[in-house]
Design a binder for this molecule. Structure first.
Ligand SMILES: [Zn+2]
Length: 299
């Protein structure tokens, strides 16, 4: 693994990595799906037939930045094998990518990741407000720069979610679990919604940490084969198939995706331990999930 995988992924390091991958893999597509509250680009990287694409989204929760490294490494793995005409899991990638594609959003919440790694000083003109919201450590920072938890900001069961937040005493912007005053109020949330609808995304995997768990359902629009696919992902990874409870039950990206598109969306909770998971966990997690991520493209 190169330099990018040795350090926590700051926004600057990600920008460098995207540039390096562009130079190395001319088949890889690279575009911005929008900007964060503080004007940082939200990158999307694609390979293969993007009219029939699976979407991987990482680092929507700030301190879960190890997910950014995981999905970037997987995309790079695919690009390397495709470019060098090496099969992966006995699959010819040129044939596979003629038919289907992968889009990766490696860092859906760049402002939040910067706060988690570099503190309130990284939040530009919002540094004072962020400073007031920060508790003793940046380790539990999950939200964007306005203190909105993006994975509670999607338009799926928003009123139920607000009632649960109030019951838990969460009534204003803070480091985690405040979903905002209205659904999809945040530019990062809207960028993901527009990407899913604009490119008619066929399947979603949202990466979080931690727990070694797979979530696959949201309400009556959950596809009938969702549990079967979750079981296949489980068989490959050894992760457990779960049903959400509590504050994680509404407002998430996969919740909105399933409810709105009637297609398969999964939340994958990678690794085990306390967030942020250490970089030393990445090789083991990658080893465990490489085949699972590949299978998710095929089904
Ligand atoms: Zn999360």
């Amino acid at each position: 693994m190169d330099q990018f995988y040795q350090n926590p992924p700051t926004y600057e390091l990600l920008c460098d990595k995207v540039q390096q991958m562009k130079n190395t893999y001319p088949h890889m597509r690279n575009f911005s799906i929008g900007k964060s509250v503080l004007g940082r680009k939200i990158f999307a990287l694609g390979i293969g037939n993007l009219k029939n694409a699976t979407l991987f989204v990482a680092a929507i929760h700030a301190q879960e930045w190890l997910t950014c490294m995981l999905v970037t490494h997987f995309l790079e793995d695919l690009c390397y094998h495709e470019q060098n005409q090496k099969p992966l899991f006995d699959t010819n990638l040129t044939d596979m990518f003629a038919e289907r594609g992968l889009i990766v959003v490696p860092m859906a919440n760049p402002d939040g990741v910067e706060i988690a790694l570099n503190g309130a000083a990284s939040a530009k003109h919002l540094r004072r407000q962020v400073g007031r919201m920060l508790t003793a450590s940046t380790r539990s920072w999950q939200a964007n720069a306005r203190g909105i938890d993006l994975n509670h900001n999607f338009n799926a069961g928003f009123q139920e979610l607000k009632a649960m937040e109030r019951a838990a005493g969460i009534t204003r912007p803070c480091e985690r679990q405040f979903g905002g005053y209205t659904p999809q109020s945040e530019p990062e949330t809207r960028a993901l919604v527009h990407l899913c609808l604009g490119l008619n995304i066929k399947k979603l995997l949202a990466f979080h940490s931690q727990g070694e768990e797979i979530y696959y359902s949201y309400g009556p629009n959950t596809p009938k084969n969702a549990k079967m696919i979750a079981d296949a992902l489980k068989a490959s990874s050894g992760y457990q198939v779960m049903n959400p409870t509590g504050l994680a039950s509404h407002g998430g990206l996969k919740d909105w995706f399933i409810n709105h598109t009637h297609r398969n969306g999964f939340t994958i909770e990678i690794g085990k331990g306390e967030n942020p998971l250490p970089i030393s966990d990445l090789p083991g997690i990658y080893h465990k999930l490489r085949e699972m991520m590949f299978i998710s493209l095929l089904i």
